[in-house]
Ligand binder design. Sequence first.
Ligand code: KIV
Length: 257
Amino acid sequence: MKKKFLDLINKKNKSKIVSLTSYSKNIATILDNFCDIVLVGDSLGSVLYNYKSTREVSLNTMIEHSKSVRMGIKKSVMVVDMPHNTYRNPKEALKNAKKIMSKTKCDAVKLEGGKKVYEIIKTLIKNKIPVMGHLGLLPQSDTTFKFKGKKKSERDRIFKDAKLLEKAGVFSIVLECVEASLAKLITQNIKVPTIGIGASKYCDGQILVFDDLIGLNPMNYRFVKKYLNIRKEISKAISNYSEDVRKKKFPNKRNSY
Ligand code: KIV
């Protein structure tokens, strides 16, 4: 395993892992100063393209956004989501993961699921493609979008899946919308870091969708803390600009040739 992944794993029980999504270069440049992991998430399907679900995101869309993000990343571990229907069997997954790695120069790919993708993840790792797992709420296949871990059968399955992903050799696991005590149990029982989104303080690290954190997304989710009201700030700036244009204050001499 490469040093940057070992460094991440070594943070477990020492310091929290900071992670955010990015879909483009300029934002990635800023995030790279503060994050351990930058994820090009397929959440871009709903955030940028207004798709009903992440299932509509194509491999090429992920690759183009990832190429942009790559230009902004110097030190963070850059992970790219493998979109829906690009890893239905080991052969298909390997072909598409290789394409993502070679075209985007990312460090790793992320796949959703446990037992169902165990052989697929093993194949990727055997072929030197680092993999991040994703358990709990799986947006590519979920229909209810409710938090996970209420029923004992569901808790047992997610816990077993986490142990399986660890065995397959992932370098970390995203836990999405997982009940707090289950997230704690998983985190305490696997050697690789858990990265939570709506999965409590007990995870080894946290991830949020960048647009949610800055308040660009007007929706409110329980698991998001908005650190900025960027819509207000943008509105103020655009209002000033439109007033300046209408009152012929912009452009002035300094802005002209
Ligand atoms: O697609 C995404 O942005 C993600 C994060 C929410 C973890 O998978």
